[in-house]
Ligand binder design. Structure first.
Ligand code: NDP
Length: 447
């Protein structure tokens, strides 16, 4: 296992996020390889993407000035189905980040029980502060290359950071024109052109369903629990809504500028105000503190200072912004504040040191590849509806999503027990996700 990890580092020494994601999985797989040494060959193949595309994305801004961004698509593993995973538009996007996300996606998609392989893509383009026309021109240019690499039975991208309903609409329109066909090639589409009800809500709702299962396994619940949420985008907003449904009290939200702490709780009216702020006027979370009384706003500090959001005294923490947003010291702050559970809404928001702190202190910890799988699972349901040329009701999709999250929890919980690590959802999710892909890879011959 060590030799596989060393080879990954030696091949791409400048990809720290990818190394981090691989190391965590390899650590978990040791007992599986002990049981079945033949799976070592599968592991060697699994750390190398099947295909990586990088391309130029030129576009003109409203002043007629040319910009040239970079576009990527990482098609990591298709052993159990077409590549599936989101597109991220953010200035920090590079191959290391996309390979880490695509690698995680392989295990996550396997855990959903649906036939989806793993991929991820995006660009270092920053939609923040751009006009709708600029975003449209960028999306059209991006798709003018991506379209030849994707397809409803080949690779089906979705949204991620910086890619919401607006971007998916522009991307889909361009694909349809270029390919001259109307197929379910993207998920997260608008309802009027093949989208699924509940897809926008799915990651946040699914996260809270998973956390509810985890709490319930210890005889606890969201009822009356104080909850810290980071981020204020798609995942954070709907996690907040589901926490309210289950009787919890969300008290924080953030964006890259800083975080708000509302000790009286973010209720439904305030959440609806945040949704308008973020999804319509594209404002900053700081404005919440100007709008509502008794709210504290704390500006983000440049690294290496601590993010004080995690010093808020809460029962449950749901990091829903981005990778590596809780380090070891911030994890200690949560433990000292009395938190009993942490569930990742974002991908890899907790560093390995943070995860160690949680596990050592007996905090219930849900890794993103299990707890945020509701988004891609519902994308899978969108693909099924597109293939059937049918639309299911809100209740139908929500019920299926809830069922999938309950199953993922059970699968991760039982697998951890079976391999002698009870309560370790990291190991349980990694092993359960791996076993299905390993079996499929072996059956097909390692290609
Ligand atoms: P959005 O773009 O809708 O929201 C992202 C939020 O996180 C914003 O509030 C943003 O603030 C904040 N944020 C982003 N980058 C940083 C940063 N470097 N520092 C501080 N804050 C930051 O994205 P999503 O809600 O869709 O995604 C959030 C996370 O969830 C990501 O890790 C994504 O990979 C993961 N995820 C998303 C799924 C989905 O279905 N959307 C599915 C599974 C996982 P600002 O606006 O200031 O940048």
């Amino acid at each position: 296992m060590k030799s596989v990890y060393e080879r990954v580092i030696a091949r791409d020494p400048d990809q720290p996020e990818f190394h981090q994601a691989v190391e965590e999985v390899l650590d978990s797989l040791a007992p599986v390889i002990e049981d079945n040494p033949d799976y070592m060959d599968v592991v060697m193949g699994m750390v190398e993407p099947e295909r990586v595309m990088q391309f130029r994305v030129p576009w003109y801004d409203d002043d007629g000035k040319l910009h040239v961004n970079r576009g990527f698509r990482v098609q990591f593993n298709s052993a159990i189905g077409p590549y599936k995973g989101g597109l991220r538009f953010h200035p920090s996007v590079n191959l290391s980040i996309l390979k880490f996300l695509a690698f995680e996606q392989v295990f996550k998609n396997s855990l959903t029980g649906l036939p989806m392989g793993g991929g991820k893509g995006g660009s270092d383009f920053d939609p923040k502060g751009k006009s709708d026309s600029e975003v449209r021109r960028f999306c059209q240019s991006f798709m003018s290359e991506l379209w030849r690499h994707i397809g409803a039975d080949l690779d089906v991208p979705a949204g991620d950071i910086g890619v919401g309903g607006r971007e998916i609409g522009y991307l889909f329109g361009m694909y349809r024109k270029l390919a001259n066909e109307f197929t379910g090639v993207l998920t997260g589409k608008g309802i009027s052109y093949g989208g699924s009800l509940i897809r926008p809500e799915a990651t946040g709702y699914g996260l809270v369903y998973f956390a509810r299962e985890m709490l319930s396994a210890k005889g606890k619940s969201f009822d009356g629990a104080t909850v810290a949420i980071s981020g204020s985008g798609n995942v954070a907003q709907f996690a907040c809504e589901k926490v309210l449904d289950l009787g919890g009290k969300p008290v924080t939200m953030s964006d890259s500028g800083g975080y708000i702490h509302d000790p009286t709780g973010i209720d439904r009216d305030k959440l609806s105000w945040i949704m308008d702020l973020k999804n319509k006027s594209r404002g900053r979370i700081k404005e919440y503190a100007e709008r509502f009384d008794g709210v504290e706003y704390t500006e983000s500090e440049p690294e290496p200072n601590l993010n004080k959001l995690w010093g808020t005294k809460v029962d449950v923490a749901l990091p829903c912004a981005t990778q590596n947003e809780i380090n070891g010291d911030e994890a200690k702050m949560l433990v000292d504040g009395g938190a009993i559970a942490v569930a990742e809404g974002a991908n890899m928001p907790c560093t390995p040191e943070a995860v160690e702190v949680f596990l050592k202190n007996g905090i219930l910890f849900a890794p993103g590849k299990a707890s945020n799988a509701g988004g891609v699972a519902t994308s899978g349901l969108e693909m099924s509806q597109n293939s059937l040329r049918m639309s299911w009701s809100r209740e139908e999709v929500d019920q299926k999503l809830e069922g999938i999250m309950v199953n993922i929890h059970k699968n991760a919980f039982d697998t951890a027990e079976r391999y002698g690590m009870p309560g370790n959802y990291v190991a349980g999710a990694n092993i359960a996700g791996f076993l299905k892909v390993a079996e499929a890879t072996t059956a097909q011959g390692i290609l």
